[in-house]
Design a binder for this molecule. Structure first.
Ligand SMILES: [Mn+2]
Length: 325
């Protein structure tokens, strides 16, 4: 499956790698690992994303090789690029945000490597494998198919990508293959405890305390099958916590036995509410998100809804109750 991509890599020198907006750890780890491999072949490589690297993933990139897109800084690099490789995004250039517009206009050969199920035809050559638990599995495969080796740094980037995209090896795409790859990454020097701590255990005290406050407010409905809770702008201010530090709050309700669906509502400025829905996999909840113009997977979805916090929460709880009855 790599033949075309390998021959394009071998026959070109200047590469730009990019991924989706708000790049997650799979996006970043895949970029860093592929870039390192290309550099080992003597290629020149730039990694350009629309959004900055989230604080808890910065340890993967100590040399700060991932750039945030700026028209001024990157126009020339993009113009001179011979190959553009889009990672962990196959739904079109819009998924890439600002940099996507600049890359789409380029005359470079365009490649895509991804595992998402919503692939569209927007590049010259795409490898999309929806059985892969993470794009990083595919990058591992490509590096080995080219006879490359895994440095400790590359192994760490790929391991972090797989750990996060599989929800620590529990999501449905986690396969024997995933674990075989992970075994090789450990052998190449990836350190599970260190990586886990960097990603998940660097929260601010205030954020952990706010989580406690939110947990204390959880209510259930639908005979204990629905957990719901919200957070207001006032509470965020009181705890001095930014919304970006609320990672993981949306799934806290799933900790409760018997809960199939969790609803988390966060008040936004100007009478809007961000709703996040999670399910245990026995209920498909993304239709509710779609109804409000949002999106997501069957068991993890979200949308932004106009209205007041309490009213929106009641509305969503009623919808989920109907869904379960
Ligand atoms: Mn991914």
């Amino acid at each position: 499956m790599w033949q075309k991509i390998i021959s394009i890599i071998k026959n070109n020198e200047r590469f730009v790698l990019s991924s989706h907006i708000n790049p997650d750890c799979d996006a970043l780890g895949s970029e860093l690992a592929l870039a390192e491999h290309l550099r080992s072949l003597g290629k020149s490589v730039s990694i350009i994303n629309s959004d900055p690297v989230a604080a808890n993933y910065r340890f993967l990139d100590p040399k700060e090789r991932i750039d945030q897109f700026s028209e001024k800084r990157h126009a020339r690099i993009i113009k001179k690029a011979e190959v553009i490789i889009v990672l962990d995004a196959s739904g079109g250039w819009e998924r890439l945000g600002m940099v996507g517009k600049a890359l789409a206009r380029s005359e470079a050969v365009k490649l895509c490597i991804d595992h998402h199920p919503d692939a569209i035809d927007f590049v010259d050559v795409a490898v999309v494998d929806t059985d892969a638990s993470a794009t990083a599995e595919l990058i591992y495969d490509l590096i080995l198919a080219m006879g490359g080796s895994l440095s400790k740094y590359t192994a760490q980037a790929l391991y972090a990508a797989i750990v996060t995209d599989t929800g620590s090896f529990r999501f449905p795409k986690t396969s024997p293959r995933t674990h075989r790859i992970t075994a090789e990454l450990l052998a190449a020097g990836a350190a599970p405890m260190y990586i886990y701590r960097q990603i998940y255990e660097q929260n601010l005290l205030e954020a952990v305390q706010l989580k406690g406050h939110i947990m204390a407010s959880i209510r259930t409905a639908g005979a204990g099958q629905i957990a719901y809770y919200g957070v207001s702008q006032n509470t965020l201010k009181q705890f001095e916590v930014k919304t970006s530090e609320l990672d993981g709050v949306a799934s806290l309700g799933q900790l409760i036995g018997g809960v199939r669906v969790t609803i988390f509502c966060m008040e936004l400025p100007q009478d809007r509410v961000k709703i996040s829905l999670r399910s245990d996999g026995t209920v498909t909840i993304n239709q509710i998100a779609f109804d409000y113009g949002g999106g997501g997977h069957p068991s993890a979805a979200g949308a932004i809804v106009e209205g007041y916090l309490a009213a929106v929460m009641a509305e969503i709880v009623a919808k989920v109750e109907r869904l379960l009855s």
